[in-house]
Design a protein around this ligand. Structure first.
Ligand code: ATP
Ligand code: MN
Ligand code: MN
Ligand code: MN
Length: 288
């Protein structure tokens, strides 16, 4: 579906979308005049293209004192894919691997071979202050999708050399390109050595903390397992300890670490009757 929609788009449409992308941090709906100026497409032509894209639900048009445009999730995803394609980083889109409330995940062929393209659908309001020139209220929701993708990419970059996560290959718009892991979610497998696996997970979470990252949504759904190993995925809500500025923010990060570990430990208790003292583990990690 995505590949078909992608093929129908022409150069003019991509240029007009460039005009939206370049200005979406400054305007919730980018004025057509600015789109025309930055894309080099004449205003009446740009308007025609925008109307077509709006009929196809790739952008949203809004008439106030001026006519303005913003992406939809689908439009931003196609545009982000195109940024990978025109840089020759992604050469072919494959099957959809899954779609949920938070993302749409495809497999693809990239410069590094088979890979995963994850399109972010939601934005996370983390506790950390939004240090950007515009208030949240003035931003279009698609800007928040981009921020989620960026946050996931940054967390994977900080972790991948030392922690078992997919290798991050690239970030464009709301899309993150990463290594394809051929494994199943933890909740789908029956482990033969649950205690060993839990101990390993705890050591990896400790390593993440040392590297300054708290996952923030750790669960049996966001850990992949196969006979060769274990991988952590799904980092858009990750917290970067280096960005923390106050004691209160640090306490909140510690609470999120505690929640992550408590969730997992209780999953292992219920599923495998493995008993581990969550509080003791958390205190130990905080000290390391
Ligand atoms: P959802 O909306 O379903 O909660 P999500 O936002 O939580 O999605 P992820 O957990 O990152 O997104 O990915 C969704 C699913 O896609 C994963 O459960 C996994 O099956 C698959 N997946 C994601 N990344 C990879 C990867 N690098 N390799 C293999 N499979 C992956
Ligand atoms: Mn989820
Ligand atoms: Mn997930
Ligand atoms: Mn998620």
């Amino acid at each position: 579906m995505l590949a078909e929609r992608f093929r129908k788009l022409r150069g003019l449409a991509w240029r007009v979308m460039d005009g939206i992308f370049e200005n979406m941090w400054d305007y919730k709906y980018v004025p057509i005049e600015i789109i025309a100026r930055d894309s080099g497409v004449e205003e009446h032509k740009a308007e025609k293209v925008l109307k077509t894209l709006s009929n196809e639900k790739l952008i949203e048009l809004k008439q106030t004192e001026y006519l303005g445009a913003a992406f939809t999730f689908l439009g931003l995803s196609l545009y982000s894919l195109n940024r990978f394609v025109r840089k020759n980083i992604v050469t072919m889109l494959g099957e959809k691997m899954g779609e949920g409330k938070e993302s749409m995940v495809y497999n693809c062929i990239s410069k590094w071979g088979e890979a995963v393209l994850k399109f972010h659908k939601v934005g996370y309001t983390s506790f950390k202050r939004v240090r950007e020139k515009r208030d949240y209220g003035d931003l279009h929701y698609t800007v928040l999708m981009i921020r989620s993708a960026k946050n996931e990419f940054n967390a994977l970059k900080k972790l991948h050399s030392k922690v078992s996560v997919p290798k991050p290959y690239g970030w464009e718009g709301n899309a993150v390109l990463m290594e394809l892991i051929d494994a199943k979610e933890l909740y789908k497998v029956r482990l033969e050595n649950p205690k060993e696996v839990l101990d390993y997970i705890i050591e990896e979470v400790r390593e993440m903390w040392k590297l300054g990252i708290v996952h923030g949504d750790l669960s049996q759904f966001n850990i992949l397992v196969n006979p060769e190993g274990i991988w952590f995925i799904d980092f858009p809500q990750a917290i970067d300890l280096n960005e923390i500025e106050t004691d209160e923010e640090l306490r909140m990060a510690e609470e999120i670490l505690r929640r992550d570990l408590t969730n997992l430990i209780s999953y292992f208790r219920k599923t495998y009757r493995v008993e581990v003292d969550a509080d003791r583990i958390v205190e130990e990690i905080l000290k390391s």
